[in-house]
Design a protein around this ligand. Structure first.
Ligand code: 8YV
Length: 341
């Protein structure tokens, strides 16, 4: 389309963080786009200021989309996240105002499961600790009990939160490593999903007691806040490991640091934390925890797919199409979205 053919009043959209240039280019085919090429971390006030006059927002899980922000921007129609988790969005407030919210499920499942499994293995086999040992010149001889960890193959893999990513981690454990899979979830899987991986549904207490390697993959919400705290850690085996690739806040990090220090569990692998990007300092002091800076979905292909999904949703929402992954699809049947062209 030549410049002269552009409609005079193209809708304005905001991109909250730096993204791949192709995403900005695709949005620019349809909208006036304000990007954030410097990846500046905007305060809530700055985000609100920049949202003025915009009808669409492409965001991550780092921006708080709450009732106050929505109230300040009554013309906003769509908030499209490039992440699967959406605990940063007040979905009922969006729905009440007829604002469509979308996320990016599916595209990051296998990549995040790879990282979750790798982190669980690194934790069980003390890989980060072993690397620090070597780099610091402490490796002077072989010894029968040098950096001995616990087996992954044949062990009992516990999954708390058996959604897409939980099932993908369970598949890796059962089919690749001969692990026994037990899980707890809000709802039990159907037999067709349980059978191929031999997954056994158990209550949360049994999961805590029987897991050799417990992996957390549940969404964060008020009801999952501190789902793993001192009482839960006390129920685990002293030889067990705990891996969290879900969200900070599901684990009480202070209580975990105490349990690790006192060897009430063997080790932990954490990709997510309370108060990111500043983990509880007590964790940084401990040898038996592997710490990663929230890289579960961080492969180039997957990050491109995630932002691509958000772009697909935003373009569809604002040009009369069908957004592929809405969180609150009911708003599209409401009065605000009637007769959209
Ligand atoms: C993101 C994630 O990297 O999709 C999610 O929910 O946790 C990650 O894939 C992170 O949320 C970026 O804000």
């Amino acid at each position: 389309m030549r410049q002269t053919e552009l409609p005079l009043h193209r809708p304005h959209v905001l991109i909250a963080r730096a993204v791949f240039p192709e995403a900005i280019a695709r949005l620019s085919e349809h909208f006036e786009v304000e990007p954030n090429p410097d990846d500046a971390e905007w305060s809530a006030v700055e985000l609100s200021r920049r949202l003025g006059g915009k009808i669409g927002l492409l965001a991550t899980s780092g921006e708080r989309i709450d009732a106050a922000l929505l109230a300040a921007h009554p013309h906003l129609r769509a908030v499209c996240l490039m992440t699967v988790g959406y605990n940063n969005v007040d979905v009922p407030a969006c729905t009440a105002r007829g604002v469509l919210a979308t996320n990016a499920p599916g595209v990051l499942t296998e990549t995040t499961a790879d990282l979750g499994f790798a982190l669980m293995m690194a934790t069980a086999r003390r890989m980060a600790e072993a690397e620090r040992f070597l780099r610091s010149g402490q490796w002077t001889k072989w010894r029968y009990d040098l950096l001995t960890g616990s087996d992954v193959h044949g062990a009992t893999l516990g999954i708390l939160g058996m959604g897409r990513i939980g099932q993908a981690i369970a598949r890796r454990g059962a089919l690749g490593f001969g692990m026994k899979v037990i899980y707890h979830n809000r709802s039990r899987l159907g037999a067709a999903d349980e059978a191929p991986i031999g997954a056994r549904y158990v209550d949360k207490a049994t999961l805590l007691r029987e897991s050799d390697h417990l992996v957390l993959v549940l969404p964060y919400s008020a009801s999952s806040h501190h789902a793993i705290a001192a009482a839960e850690l006390a129920m685990m085996k002293p030889t067990a490991t705990l891996t969290n690739v879900a969200r900070g806040g599901i684990v009480d990090d202070a209580a975990l640091a105490v349990a690790l220090r006192e060897r009430r569990i063997a080790a932990a692998g954490l990709d997510v934390f309370e108060n990111e990007p500043t983990p509880n300092p007590a964790l940084l002091e401990l040898p038996n925890v592997v710490l990663l800076p929230h890289i579960g979905s961080a492969t180039e292909a997957t990050r491109r797919a995630m932002v691509g999904c958000a772009v697909d949703n935003l373009v569809a929402a604002l040009t009369g199409g069908t957004p592929p992954t809405p969180i609150n699809p009911e708003v599209l049947r409401g009065p605000r979205w009637a007769n959209r062209a």
